[in-house]
Design a protein around this ligand. Structure first.
Ligand SMILES: [Zn+2]
Length: 465
């Protein structure tokens, strides 16, 4: 289907096949099947066109044979044309607005499917039926061109997923079905304060939406970054959208919600900051405690070391004192030993001198006489001859002469009274007479019962001389 709704009339100028008076006071029969033909031209490419009526009674203009292949109006589908017609009808239904189809700007920077104009000419809105694929960059650039010309724009698509939807002022529409007219199912949105999200409105009739936009009730709103995820109730999911159609009341609601969220964020940051400060303070206190404990430990360790050193010094001093004391005691002991030894030597010398005097009292004959006196009775009682120690008087026998019978010590002959403490125990002691016995007993160191004497005279018998 190669068709267009607008054409240039040689006298009336631009004419519109969708309007009863063609937009300029003419009638359809004045251009359709006239003789001679009216020289109509395509507003886009300038090629000749002629008026036609389709089998479904749709009025339009078709290019004459030999048309240029690149005319913009030629490569559009019937669906596209029907949507344009629907948009134009909706605009015309709004009070005080009129719509022109397939309008090209004087300088060629834009070409609107449907250009809606307010009656007083102060506002213009381009309604674009965008069915063919277009990149986001391209559609944003075309939107900017409209903006630069002071023309509003709304891009309209029936496609389920147009990638540019929500990047530029746009709506998604649904064809009439099950008794419902053309319906806007995406684009308008309301802000739900409780859920803090934009919610798509998908129940507006296209006619009503176009009327409201014409009245300036909904405006294109750039959603705050926090709310880019828009809720689609019919699909039960979120989609990211940058622009929505909405009213100032909903924008205010979004603003209030944003303010609340910023307060919450501020409180949260404040809490986090306070918590951070509290943690830092706690960490600083813990560090101070740790350092204090460390100092205490060091002080205790130093005290302990000093105490140990003091103890060691004390031990060393005690040990030195003990060593000096032992040394002194040892010297004293040595001195005492030396004194005792000297005493002993003096005693021995004294005893020895005494023993010399003791025995010096007797002549050899007297000694012989005494030995005989001792031996005689012993011979009788023991049936053995007593042996007199050939060493003579010895200190261990109290400076007397040991008497043995059959190798066993029996007694001591004439021990020195000064040395009786040296006398072996339980031996007999033999002396010359009672005077000597008395002399020994007088020392008190010997049992008188063990002393035997023989009444020998103190002086040699004259008879023996
Ligand atoms: Zn053309």
């Amino acid at each position: 289907m190669k068709l267009a709704f607008a054409a240039i009339h040689p006298k009336a100028g631009r004419i519109d096949a969708t309007l009863p008076d063609l937009g300029c006071g003419l009638t359809w029969p004045a251009v359709h099947k006239t003789r001679p033909r009216v020289a109509l031209r395509c507003p886009e490419c300038g090629h000749g066109v002629h008026a036609k009526v389709s089998a479904r009674n749709l009025r339009y203009f078709a290019h004459d044979p030999g048309r240029p292949a690149d005319c913009a109006w030629l490569n559009e589908s019937l669906e596209h044309h029907l949507l344009k017609l629907e948009l134009a009808t909706a605009v015309r239904a709004a009070a005080d607005w009129h719509a022109e189809l397939e309008v090209r700007s004087p300088d060629g920077t834009w070409r609107a499917d449907v250009l809606a104009s307010s009656h007083d000419g102060t506002r213009r809105i381009a309604w674009e039926a965008q069915l063919s694929p277009i990149t986001i960059d391209d559609i944003e650039e075309r939107t900017e061109r409209y903006g630069a010309a002071g023309v509003g724009v709304c891009w309209v698509s029936p496609a389920a997923q147009a990638p540019w939807m929500g990047h530029v002022p746009s709506i998604r529409v649904r064809e009439p079905a099950q008794g419902r007219p053309w319906t806007v199912v995406e684009g308008p949105a309301a802000f739900d304060f409780d859920h803090g999200t934009w919610v798509t409105i998908d129940t507006l009739e296209l006619t009503a939406f176009v009327r409201w936009v014409s009245r300036g009730q909904p405006v294109v709103h750039e959603v705050r970054p926090r709310y880019h995820r828009v809720w689609f109730g019919a699909d039960d999911l979120y989609r990211r959208r940058r622009l929505v159609w909405t009213t100032s009341a909903h924008i205010d609601t979004e603003t209030r919600h944003e303010a609340m969220r910023q307060r919450q964020d501020a409180r949260k940051r404040q809490r986090e900051e306070q918590q951070h400060q509290a943690e830092q303070q706690a960490a600083a206190e813990a560090e101070a405690r740790r350092q204090d404990q460390q100092r205490q430990r060091e002080i205790r360790a130093a005290e302990e070391a000093a105490r140990r050193d003091e103890q060691l010094r004390k031990w060393a001093a005690d040990a030195e004192q003990a060593r000096q004391r032992r040394e002194t005691e040892e010297k004293q002991r040595q001195a005492q030993l030396r004194a005792a030894e000297q005493q002993r030597l003096r005693q021995e010398q004294h005893e020895r001198l005494a023993a010399d005097r003791w025995w010096g009292e007797l002549s050899a004959a007297q000694i012989h006489e005494l030995r005989e006196a001792v031996a005689e009775p012993l011979w009788k009682t023991h049936a053995a001859r007593p042996e007199f120690d050939t060493q003579g008087p010895t200190p261990e026998h109290a400076y007397g002469i040991a008497i043995r019978i059959r190798q066993r010590l029996h007694g001591v002959l004439r021990p020195n009274p000064a040395s009786l403490h040296r006398l072996p125990p339980a031996v007999w002691v033999y002396v010359r007479n009672a005077r000597e016995a008395q002399q020994l007993a007088a020392t008190g160191t010997i049992d008188p019962a063990r002393i035997v004497h023989f009444n020998l005279p103190d002086h040699e018998q004259m008879s023996l001389i």
